[in-house]
Design a protein around this ligand. Structure first.
Ligand SMILES: Nc1ncnc2c1ncn2[C@@H]1O[C@H](COP(=O)(O)OP(=O)(O)OP(=O)(O)O)[C@@H](O)[C@H]1O
Length: 768
């Protein structure tokens, strides 16, 4: 049974009109000149003022999907196969379908040209006219994003088509290298030296030969593309003689919430890539120092794109990752200069979003888990931003979380409705990827709903009129049908109650999980705090002990040294005092110096004896000097010993510092683990919420179903009353015709039967 669809909005919502406005910055004169073009070859090319964020679905070609999907205009209907994890609590045998609505669907037979004509081409005149645009592609790996954006030699994609269209529409595109668009949106006028530098930069990339860039193959591919596109129509602009226009390209990558320049040579092995920072100009985020390369032709731009793609793959290989795990943004910029030297710049972003792999499915750990977390959270923030804009427009004032991811910061202008933005969602409709594809569709569809068809073995009773059933003898009484309906109603009620219970259980489970998570998180934080405190205390204690020991040793050494010095000094002071007294005494008497002996008699020997005595004193002094030198040497050795001890202590301190660093590293690893766990839990909660969402949709269908049954029942009750009247009238008129006698019933109708038994029979049936 098909129930009325209960429309539920998904993450990426259609926005109310009116929030997009023309990019009004820049040069009106140039704009007027360019926009006044007469579109000689393409009169139908009109810039549409479509202000919604349009989301297109593209289904991959050559994949058998007939039993799973069907496309009808803007709606994709998916029949959920048995064994799928998309919806739980669906009764076995029930046929469940999900419908997803998009701005437009490109089926498997849609050509590259159709996609370009419908999505990009209508924006290109606006782009030439100074309006900025962003195209995002989203989808699982292998779903056809690269095919759509770049394409193949025989099927050129959106970027080569855009380049060829631009270079053919504005023939003077290759003339001007004089004005360069800066990353922050300003424009630099280049001098001759700078022009030479820019040309040199371009030549370096065009001639790059690192890590096997197959330049010849790229040139051949583009030539083939160009040949195919040469028959495509381009616009003819008039009144643009005084304007010079230059094309510049940039290519950036966001991997694990870090931004990298794809147009700089990759670093040598083992060296880190340079991370770029975000700057802010007038409230708009831009990538600081991002390389812009001037290009002379679509061919050059394509070669530069391929150079960036090689860098993207090379970096991914170095990390043992996959290039589709990062968001990449290829930008074409138009810099314009008119005769009055007025300038204007506009850009067209082609952003290939990373595919969100389900965490559980991929069993990611370590770096892969970090990648998945970053991808999931940046996509979730992207969805939240779009959702919030819609809410803001409805009047509810919630903060738009642009700053929560680099991706949304970069595209803040577009996501807040100030610039044009659209998205192509690529899906591979094969059976194996059904659940993954549902995830992509859930994320991106403008609207979705669930339809349940009950098991065919239990067909619902055909709702024929009670009177005809009675007359056909299919039912001898109206009562059983009403009973059956009542039974159905009971079933529905039960179903509804079951579903309601499941949702309640899920809700409880989620809140329990959240509570559990909060408690665990707090416990972990407390544990970490205590660990950290312990480490710090231990470290402080050990350091304090070492310092105390060190200080004690030093003080003791100094005190010893001082004491010994004092002793020595006192000894010598005493010694010289003694000798001096003696010398003075002797001189007073006999002019003879006796510095050695206390014997008074020896002083009478005259000059010879004095000399001898002086020699003795000198030799004594020499001895003392030697003794002192020896002591000095000993002290020096002791000092060396102390220094060694000091070095040992310093080594110990260093070792402790290393231990502390290790502990800090361990703490950081723990913290990271915690964060990863938190993200995983968040994503599990998110999944559960999605399930609750689905269950609620189901309940709402059931409610509507019940409502309808009740309405039918009411209708049929009233039919039955009418039928009863008809029977009475019919019987009365037939019996009247027979001209029999009649009795009067209690309710005023007439009984025309003579036979009492017949009379009772009919009266009984009428009153049923
Ligand atoms: N509409 C289509 N028509 C014909 N071939 C297609 C189509 N879509 C995709 N393909 C082919 O399918 C293969 C995978 O597609 P593609 O490389 O574009 O996927 P992807 O989404 O870019 O994957 P990844 O994210 O891993 O790079 C390619 O060989 C591509 O040519």
């Amino acid at each position: 049974m098909e129930v009325d669809p209960s429309m539920t909005m998904s993450f990426i919502q259609a926005r109310d009109p009116s929030i997009l406005s023309w990019n009004i910055h820049g040069l009106n004169k140039v704009k007027a000149n360019l926009f006044k073009e007469s579109l000689l070859s393409e009169p139908e090319l009109e810039v549409k003022e479509d202000n919604n964020l349009r989301i297109f679905l593209r289904v991959k070609a050559n994949v058998d999907y007939k039993n799973l999907y069907s496309i009808s205009e803007k709606t994709l209907t998916c029949t959920i196969p048995q064994g799928s994890n998309v919806l739980r609590n669906i009764k076995e045998g029930d046929k469940v379908t999900k419908k997803f609505e998009f701005s437009e669907i490109f089926g498997p037979n849609a050509t590259q040209n159709e996609v370009f004509d419908n999505i990009i081409k209508p924006k290109l005149l606006g782009f030439i006219n100074g309006k900025n645009s962003t195209l995002m592609t989203y989808g699982a790996s292998g779903a056809g994003k690269t095919f759509t954006i770049i394409g193949t030699a025989s099927n050129p994609g959106l970027v080569p088509r855009t380049l060829e269209y631009l270079f053919r529409t504005i023939p003077q595109l290759s003339q001007i290298i004089k004005v360069k668009p800066n990353p922050n949106g300003s424009i630099a006028i280049l001098n001759d030296i700078e022009i030479r530098e820019e040309k040199h930069k371009r030549t370096n990339i065009l001639n790059a030969s690192h890590h096997m860039i197959d330049k010849q193959a790229h040139l051949k591919t583009y030539r083939e593309m160009q040949q195919r596109l040469s028959t495509e129509s381009a616009a003819l602009l008039e009144g643009i003689d005084g304007i010079s226009v230059g094309v510049w390209v940039c290519f950036a990558e966001i991997y694990n919430e870090q931004i990298y320049d794809l147009l700089v040579p990759p670093p040598p092995r083992g060296k880190q890539r340079t991370k770029l920072k975000l700057g802010n100009a007038n409230g708009t985020a831009y990538i600081k120092s991002l390389t812009s390369i001037f290009v002379n032709s679509g061919m050059e731009a394509y070669q530069i794109l391929q150079y960036g793609l090689h860098n993207l793959n090379y970096a991914a290989t170095a990390l043992n990752s996959n290039s589709s795990r990062s968001h990449s943004i290829f930008t074409i910029k138009l810099a314009q200069l008119n005769r009055e030297n007025q300038t204007q710049v506009s850009y067209f972003n082609f952003c290939d979003l990373a595919g969100s792999e389900r965490l559980k499915k991929s069993h990611n750990v370590g770096e892969r888990l970090k990648e998945s977390n970053n991808i999931n959270s940046s996509l979730m923030v992207l969805g939240k931003c779009i959702d919030n804009i819609r809410n803001l427009q409805k009047g509810s004032k919630s903060m738009v979380p642009y700053r929560e991811s680099k991706l949304t910061q970069i595209f803040q202008r577009a996501l807040s409705g100030k610039e044009d933005i659209c998205m192509i969602v690529n899906v591979n409709p094969c059976r194996e990827l059904f659940d993954e594809t549902q995830h992509v569709l859930n994320f991106s569809a403008i609207a979705k709903n669930i339809i349940i068809e009950e098991e065919p073995v239990k067909p619902l009773p055909k709702k024929t009129g009670r009177f005809s059933q009675y007359m056909n003898g299919r039912s001898t009484s109206i009562k059983p049908i009403i009973e059956e309906d009542k039974g159905m109603e009971q079933d529905y009620k039960k179903d509804y109650e079951n579903e309601y219970e499941t949702v309640e259980k899920l809700k409880n489970y989620i809140s329990e999980m959240q509570l559990d998570f909060e408690t665990k998180w707090q416990e972990r934080e407390e544990m970490e705090r205590l660990d950290r405190l312990k480490i710090t205390e231990t470290y402080d204690g050990v350091i304090a002990k070492i310092y105390a020991m060190h200080k004690g040793i030093q003080e003791r050494a100094e005190a010893n040294h001082k004491e010994e010095l004092e002793k020595e000094r006192a000894k010598w002071r005493e010694h010289y005092r003694h000798k001096r007294v003696k010398y003075d005494d002797d001189n007073d008497d006999s002019d003879v110096i006796d510095l050695v002996s206390d014997n008074e008699d020896d002083n009478d020997d005259g000059d010879g004896r004095k000399e001898v005595k002086e020699n003795v004193i000198i030799s004594e002094l020499k001895m003392e000097r030697e003794k002192l030198a020896l002591e000095l040497k000993q002290k020096h050795e002791r000092l060396l010993g102390l220094e060694k001890e000091n070095i040992l202590l310093n080594n110990k301190i260093e070792q402790l510092n290393l231990t502390l660093k290790d502990a800090e590293k361990e703490y950081k690893a723990l913290e990271q683990g915690c964060r990863a766990e938190k993200m995983e839990l968040k994503s599990a909660i998110y999944e559960l919420e999605e399930k609750v969402h689905d269950q609620e949709a189901l309940i709402s269908s059931l409610k509507q179903d019940m409502q309808r049954t009740m309405e039918i029942e009411e209708q049929e009750e009233s039919n039955a009353t009418e039928d009863r009247g008809d029977i009475q009238n019919m019987l009365i008129s037939s019996l009247t015709e027979l001209g029999n006698n009649y009795d009067v019933f209690e309710d005023g109708t007439k009984n025309v039967l003579n036979n009492t038994e017949d009379k009772e029979n009919i009266s009984e049936q009428i009153n049923m």
